[in-house]
Design a protein. Structure first.
Length: 189
């Protein structure tokens, strides 16, 4: 029963992967590569820090620190714990399908479960939305995260389940950090 479920999930995962990966075009390829580049988003990170500091809340530096810790924990969990543990090959390293993949850019790390891009961007979007629930535009960070996650499948370096797992891990870490923040605020501030 479990083997059948595993085979079914892998089949669905692979089919959705190819559905997205086959939508390539010479115009969109460089855009997706750019979206997936970690360094292109540095101005956004500085803007978010500026936005938080501008708030002049007495807990602002704690919030900035906890955002940083959230992203670091999300990356560590997926990159240093999950990928070596599960050893699930990225699509571009899977010899049974890599000839059929439209790979944009290079295929770096061997393992892809779970996506670090998904965990880090979704953790940042989540923790920011917890800290600033009344600011409507903060929800745009989720759209930003989803576009980056989509780009990872489009580029041929992650399966959809890699992305979903990364988003779940990022969201859970953000929830834990936010709960920790509330405990600190209630106890010490």
């Amino acid at each position: 029963m479990i083997d059948n479920l595993t085979l079914f999930l892998e089949s669905v995962d692979r089919n959705i992967f190819f559905l997205i990966n086959e939508l390539h075009s010479p115009i969109i390829d460089p855009l997706m590569l750019l979206m997936s580049n970690k360094f292109i988003w540095i101005p956004l990170y500085f803007f978010l820090i500026y936005f938080m500091v501008k708030e002049k809340n007495k807990n602002v530096y704690l919030k900035v620190l906890l955002c940083l810790i959230t992203v670091i924990l999300a990356d560590f969990t997926t990159s240093s714990m999950m990928k070596p543990f599960f050893e699930r090959l990225r699509p571009c390293h899977n010899n049974s399908i890599n000839e059929m993949i439209h790979l944009v850019g290079t295929c770096k790390g061997l393992f892809g479960f779970a996506s670090s891009h998904a965990s880090t961007t979704f953790s940042l979007a989540s923790i920011m939305s917890f800290f600033y629930p009344r600011i409507k535009n903060i929800k745009l960070l989720f759209l930003w995260s989803i576009v980056i996650c989509y780009s990872r499948i489009y580029l041929g370096v992650h399966y959809p389940l890699d992305i979903i797992a990364g988003m779940i891990i990022g969201g859970l870490i953000a929830i834990l950090i936010y709960k920790f923040y509330n405990i600190i605020i209630l106890k010490y501030v």
